[in-house]
Design a protein around this ligand. Structure first.
Ligand SMILES: [Zn+2]
Length: 437
């Protein structure tokens, strides 16, 4: 069976923790954090291991190593293990983002022990078969050309990030630049694994029909013997606050529209101020509601734009957090600047969003969260990626209560704080005109 491994550039606002949750956590002596979230809908468990080392850990000139390692560690499954997974009807996959590498299996609860055994082996060592290495390199180059090179939006995003962050974490291509993927050697993957795959750099997250009393001795048995490592210091990005706003134009022959993005840097409050992070997420959701006042005012500033929206890419990669105001048009982008000025004007008024609007967004979240709550993998994805972004577990597990407690004033002042600064860059995606022969 061919697996399509995924690359995650950012996670879109999607909360999923609802109601009072039965959860517990403990840390092994070697630093491995273990989180159990009990949900007894059906007797299955989502086992996921999150390594705090995404492409932000790729060295300069070695982009794509984290992602390549994810492929190799995933494919180093022995045939026996693959057959076992198939036999028990497991679902499994892996992903790499700027902030993390994650592996997961969804299995019947009685098979959990076998999975823990396997995941501990993946943490301990990396096996590379030369033939698989060569074929995976080809597959990754193919992935690069499909996901980025042939996709104007992704390719523009990648080059804008590279331009703003200039070789620092955040500017690194997750899948890797083509010439750098080509130069990756097996030793680069061993080095990355040796440095970053350590119990004290990982979270083992178990969601579903799990009993922590049963889990603890099993985790001790399989992971307890792994040695803690001295982790390298993470590189941090330079302070991105250019005095002149950079306009980055990306011309693409396949583009069938014009896209302009005003890119704002969000202060790094995600880590120490979860409530502020939630208030910004709610406010962005509200500003994107076409029937709400803010969206109407912005839209009325121009009639040449086909669509306008805000995005909040809280990449689970420490301080790489941005908010975008995006406009898309089939014909021209002249009105985008008019729209931006209108938006800035609107920010000066004291009623950016109204109480009714924020309450409506809270109700929407309440319903969608209740709906998603039974999905153990959605929960694992939300909790795991939030932990990797540095949010505290207790806060993550109280997401729904925090949403309900957020006030209108908090939402409005957070928006003002972010958008009254100048954007750090403006990105324009344009059609590359062809000369007629
Ligand atoms: Zn991949």
């Amino acid at each position: 069976m061919v697996k399509l491994l995924s690359i995650i550039c950012c996670f879109i606002i999607a909360f999923t923790i609802n109601g009072k949750h039965d959860f517990s956590y403990f840390t092994l002596k070697n630093g491995l954090k273990v989180v159990c979230i009990k949900k007894r809908v059906i007797p299955i468990v989502a086992v996921s291991v999150w390594y705090n080392c995404g492409s932000k850990c790729d060295a300069t000139g070695k982009s794509g190593v984290a992602h390549f390692l994810e492929h190799m560690a995933f494919h180093s499954n022995s045939m026996t293990f693959n057959n076992f997974l198939e036999e028990i009807g497991a679902e499994n996959n892996a992903s790499t983002s700027l902030g993390y590498i994650c592996f997961y299996e969804i299995v019947p609860k009685e098979s959990m022990e076998e999975i823990l055994k396997y995941e501990s082996a993946r943490m301990r060592s990396l096996g590379i078969d030369s033939q698989v290495f060569t074929s995976e390199k080809k597959a990754i180059l193919e992935e690069r050309s499909i996901v980025y090179d042939a996709n104007p939006i992704m390719s523009a995003k990648e080059s804008v990030n590279a331009n703003i962050f200039n070789g620092m974490p955040g500017g690194i291509s997750i899948v890797g630049w083509k010439h750098e993927i080509e130069s990756i050697q097996q030793q680069d993957l061993f080095d990355f694994h040796n440095k970053w795959f350590a119990p004290n750099n990982a979270v083992l997250l178990l969601v579903g029909d799990v009993d922590p009393h049963h889990v603890k001795p099993l985790v001790e048995k399989y992971f307890g013997g792994l040695k803690e490592k001295n982790l390298p210091t993470m590189r941090t990005q330079n302070n991105v606050h250019p005095s002149v706003i950079k306009t980055i134009t990306h011309k693409f022959s396949e583009a069938n529209c014009f896209i302009t993005r005003y890119i704002y840097k969000v202060p790094f409050f995600a880590k120490d101020n979860f409530r502020k992070y939630i208030s910004l997420s709610l406010a962005i959701q509200a500003m994107n509601q076409p029937e709400f006042f803010m969206a109407k005012v912005i839209k009325s500033a121009t009639n040449s734009l086909n669509d306008i929206w805000f995005s909040y890419a809280s990449g689970a990669a420490y301080d790489i957090v941005m908010v975008n105001l995006i406009g898309i048009s089939r014909d021209e982008m002249d009105d985008m600047e008019k729209l931006w000025h209108c938006f800035k004007q609107k920010l000066l008024s004291d009623s950016i969003l109204t109480n009714d609007e924020i309450n409506a967004i809270k109700r929407q979240n309440f319903i969608s969260m209740a709906y998603e709550d039974d999905d153990i993998m959605v929960t694992a994805q939300y909790v795991g990626s939030s932990l990797m972004a540095g949010h505290p577990l207790e806060k993550i597990m109280a997401t729904d209560e925090i949403i309900q407690a957020i006030t209108l004033q908090e939402c409005n002042s957070t928006i003002s704080e972010i958008f009254q600064r100048e954007p750090i860059a403006v990105s324009r995606l344009e059609k590359q005109e062809h000369d007629n022969e």
